[in-house]
Design a binder for this molecule. Structure first.
Ligand SMILES: [Fe+2]
Ligand SMILES: [Fe+2]
Length: 171
């Protein structure tokens, strides 16, 4: 898929279905990560964020249901496959993985809102905006727990591997 599709340019309805399925796979990834990390985070200093992560898990499930509904509405089949979830024994690593994923998710939903609007799908764009608001809250929770500034995802590269050095350079 060409780059302009990924940066929020014009897409067909079929391409939108594919992109929403990637969003859905990211929501499943988030559900799994938050379910597991919220239960295995240890240490008094992480108890508050562990409770937050548990709340995020429920919100990600609601997002997955909304995205599935949108895919079905467009005549597509919602995916059954999650993006891979990283594991680590270290609390800071877990929070870092979550923050990286939220950054990626936010970047994608910003594109998706624009793509829906270009197609005249204003109600869909509204649903995605509601999700985006919660993703930004997740991002703030994680950045705060890591003692960092909230990253500016508009300045990050789409490629996550390459983008991480820039993300780290912010603080
Ligand atoms: Fe989500
Ligand atoms: Fe999230």
């Amino acid at each position: 898929m060409a780059d302009d599709h990924k940066s929020g340019g014009q897409v067909s309805r079929d391409q939108l279905i594919d992109l929403l399925n990637e969003d859905l796979a990211r929501e499943y990834q988030a559900i799994i990560a938050y379910v597991v990390y919220s239960q295995v985070l240890k240490g008094a200093e992480y108890m508050t964020i562990a409770k937050e992560l548990e709340k995020h898990a429920g919100e990600e499930l609601a997002h997955a249901l909304t995205i599935s509904k949108l895919i079905d509405y467009l005549g597509g089949s919602p995916t059954v496959t999650a993006k891979p979830v990283k594991t680590s024994e270290k609390a800071e690593d877990m929070l870092r993985f979550d923050l990286d994923n939220e950054n990626d998710t936010i970047r994608n939903y910003r594109d998706r809102v624009r793509q829906c609007e270009v197609l005249g799908e204003f109600a869909m764009a509204e649903h995605l905006r509601e999700i985006l608001k919660q993703e930004q809250e997740h991002q703030i929770d994680l950045a705060t727990a890591l003692g960092e500034e909230v990253p500016d995802v508009s300045k990050m590269k789409a490629d996550k591997g390459k983008g991480q050095a820039e993300e780290r350079a912010i603080h």
